[in-house]
Design a protein around this ligand. Sequence first.
Ligand SMILES: *Cc1c(COP(=O)(O)O)cnc(C)c1O
Length: 343
Amino acid sequence: MTAIKLASNENPFGPSPKAVAAMGQTLAATHLYPDNDARELRQKLAQRHGVQEEQVVVSAGSSELIAIICRALLKEGLNAVTSERSFIVYGMATKAAGGNFVEVPMRNNGFDLEGVADAVTPDTRVVFLANPNNPTGTIFDVDATDKFLTRIPGHVLVVLDEAYYDFAQHFATLRHLKYSHSLEYVYGDQNVIVLRTFAKAHGLAGVRVGYGIGPLELMKRLAAMRTTFSVSGLAQAAALAALEDEAHVARAVQNNAAEAERLCKELLKLGIHVAPTWANFLYCEIQEDAEEFADRLAAEGVLVRPLRSWGAPNAIRVTIGTPEQNNQFLSAFQRTIAGSRAL
Ligand SMILES: *Cc1c(COP(=O)(O)O)cnc(C)c1O
């Protein structure tokens, strides 16, 4: 039995075959530097999202753009505000830029937007909102976001990180809820950047490509701060092809929604309550030390993420896999839990 990795929220079906073919075609040209401006990809993204090309910055994953935002807007004495138990890169990038990192307590395992707005001071330059949140899988909806933004002063950039957009949008359709209209804020010239990535639903985590969309002048400034040639030709070709492969994304989000429901039911039978997720992973409170639990689960062939570093020592995050992977996870989980309860 080979171990399966359900620890980093990757697409269990792999990259789009169209992206693989496109990368194959660029292999023989890898002695050439890539297009530093990612012109073709930016044009396509701009068209798709109804913005100007210069409003789109393509980066080596959205993580690179998060780091650039922090370098551009923060320094000693200034701060970034987010929620506790959110994306780990926010704190790393803020501190690397010399800024203070302010984490607001959660409410029901999700962002407390009122609390975040209350924490904003004259020294705040950036607010990071992960929607859905990683690692808890929760969202805040359109009304909550609208209301939040009315409370945020213009000197603060709000980063709406929608790494799991396709999954959340699919859940929102099934659940009859309005998840996000984040681009409306950009159209309305608000101080908001929307982050998206090819790492999750599109299955391209390994080639490092993501993007942000925001106010024209700010995006020009951020584009100039990118590391030269940070997005490879392979990555650009893969992203362009992945954008055209809607069936691949649809397969991932449909499998994800069906399997999320099944996994939650099965885990509930084992006495594990999981909050409904809006992303491609489950946040599970397991009432015991999660690192130890994850080690024992790894010995059973399944890798998950224990969340001590997020301040949740008794929680794991497990990526929703293919039906076969999830079966393997469930039986490994069952054996591991049985082991704990026998102690
Ligand atoms: C995975 C993830 C990203 C994307 O990271 P990349 O650098 O594009 O791989 C961004 N934000 C959140 C919340 C994530 O979980």
